[in-house]
Write a new protein. Structure first.
Lengths: 253, 280
């Protein structure tokens, strides 16, 4: 069986700075992979390469067995309909109300009428635990946790097959972070979606992952089931999950 | 050893190896290369944006909002600018022309200067400050907060959704603004001439019309369309490619206003040169 999403030998450099240095990852359909790693190790660049926001210098990225790096723009447009993305800062459109944000993918991407899209948006908002009264507010009027929930509702509103989560719990208090984790699990189960998340929050990674991979200096240095993370036998992984300053990973200060 | 010292040492070392003339040529080459790269990027952006302006899907709601934003809300600024310009033109040419008793030419001077030159250029510059800066700041903020990336992930092309409506609105609305500015500017000259310089209203208006040709007005409107395109293009380009952070957005806004102002003045010369051979 072909993997839902497969990266092999993906490289990306900005000038002399090699951010991705041959990344190999596979995710099976319906599974959840969490990529952990410190800041500046190439996590975000990896996700943006898969989404096509950045073009990798070399390597292959396959979705359902189809190569995406050489796709023309119309094939790329069709592919984007399979994707949903939760951005780190939410990236909500601040010129639109909350429900218009959630309905955006339906109205613009799938050419649904605004009248039909609104009840779906309201249903999505309810599913992430937001009351109906927030629907007509603007993103700037919401708290960070609420914005994250709206962003999650928007990411799953078009029922994507593959969902990307970029640091879903960063900047939230521990309780709200756990609420978001639960919502992510519920949403992916409900859709049967394949998910790729990047985070440095270990509590979140343990909770939402089927498999965990660790990225360091633009390469995947460990890959295994979420349950094996404590017995990885990899000193880099051990240092990261225990959050120790001393170890093989040196912070570049 | 800190970085500054290091760079200085390196420069000294380069100097001793290359000698000053080579170093100068090296710098010159680097500047030339980065200039060519910038022109190339802008040209690619322009081509892609225009292509997205003329291919579906279109966003009529967004276009309408931009038409109002760029056109209607710029009317007070453009109106005030051209009104005072018309007044000052009448005053200045009176004090100059009366020395050789050519004061009767004032209506012609006012209408020709306004329609051919001043209304398009001043409206272009004012709209560059008002609209170009706003576009660059808005798109820059959207870039920095990943809203532009979010558009792509929601199957919406940011060129079609953000850039095309602005470019079309700028190119269509600036000629209309300039047409209004022409009338208001001429009226400014009329007010000063009639109420403070003692011209007879009927004669003034008659003289205004007498030597005015279609080409005087239309050449100004063509200029305005080009300037409207330049202003919105530079706003979109700088905002779309904004660097991270508040500083990046600030720089994008400044660059948008400065580059579009300069381009307006440069294109004004070349367009005038072209019209000069067509419309005498």
């Amino acid at each position: 069986m072909t993997a839902k999403l497969a990266l092999s030998g993906v490289c990306k450099a900005f000038g002399d700075n090699k951010v991705l240095n041959g990344v190999d990852i596979e995710i099976e359909k319906g599974k959840s992979l969490v990529v952990i790693g410190g800041s500046g190790t190439g996590k975000s660049v990896m996700i943006k390469s898969v989404l096509g926001l950045l073009r990798p210098d070399s390597g292959s990225i396959k979705v359902d067995g189809a190569e995406t790096t050489t796709m023309d723009s119309s094939a790329r447009d069709a592919l984007m309909k399979k994707f949903g993305m939760l951005f780190q800062g939410g990236a909500l459109f601040d010129s639109m109300s909350v429900w218009e944000n959630v309905a955006f993918g339906l109205v613009q991407g799938q050419a649904m009428g605004r009248k039909e899209a609104k009840p779906i948006a309201m249903e999505r908002l309810r599913a992430v635990g937001l009351p109906a009264r927030v629907a007509d507010l603007y993103p700037a009027e919401l708290s960070g946790g609420m914005q994250k929930r709206v962003a999650l509702a928007r990411a799953v509103a078009t029922r994507p097959e593959i969902i990307f989560f970029d640091e879903p719990t960063t900047g939230l208090d521990p309780i709200m972070a756990d609420v978001i984790n639960d919502l992510i699990i519920a949403a992916s189960k409900d859709l049967g979606a394949t998910t790729l998340s990047i985070t440095h929050d270990m509590a979140s990674a343990r909770k939402i992952a089927d498999n965990i991979a660790m990225i360091y200096k633009g390469k995947i240095i460990w890959h295994g089931a979420a349950g094996d993370i404590d017995n990885s036998g990899n000193p880099y992984v051990d240092q990261f999950i225990r959050g120790q300053a001393a170890g093989p990973i040196k912070m570049e200060t | 050893m800190d970085l500054g010292q290091g760079a200085e040492r390196l420069e000294q070392a380069e100097c001793s190896v290359l000698g000053l003339p080579q170093l100068f040529l090296q710098r010159l080459g680097r500047v030339a290369i980065s200039f060519c790269a910038a022109v190339g990027r802008l040209a690619e952006f322009t081509g892609r944006s225009v292509a997205h302006c003329v291919t579906p899907p279109f966003f009529p709601r967004l276009l309408f909002r931009q038409l109002i934003d760029i056109g209607y809300y710029s009317l007070p600024v453009v109106g005030l600018t051209t009104f005072f310009t018309g007044m000052v033109l009448a005053l200045q040419s009176y004090s100059g022309f009366s020395r050789f008793s050519a004061a009767s030419a004032i209506p012609n001077v006012v209408v020709l200067s306004i329609t051919r030159e001043l209304a398009p250029v001043l409206a272009g510059l004012m709209v560059a400050g008002r609209v170009g800066a706003a576009i660059a700041a808005e798109l820059g903020t959207m870039r920095v907060t990943e809203q532009i990336d979010a558009l792509t992930t929601l199957s919406t092309n940011p060129y079609k959704y953000l850039i095309a409506p602005r470019l079309i609105a700028g190119t269509v609305m600036l000629p209309l603004l300039v047409l209004a500015g022409d009338i208001i500017g001429v009226f400014g000259g009329y007010v000063v001439s009639v109420y403070s310089l003692g011209f007879v209203p009927g004669t003034y208006l008659q003289n205004t019309w007498q030597f005015l040709q279609h080409g005087d007005v239309t050449s100004g409107l063509w200029k305005a369309a080009v300037f409207g395109f330049i202003v919105t293009l530079m706003g979109c380009y700088n905002g779309f490619n904004s660097d991270r952070g508040a500083q990046g957005v600030g720089a994008a806004t400044t660059n948008a206003v400065v580059s579009s102002s300069i381009l307006i003045l440069v294109f004004d010369y070349f367009l005038t040169q072209i019209f000069f051979t067509v419309v005498k």
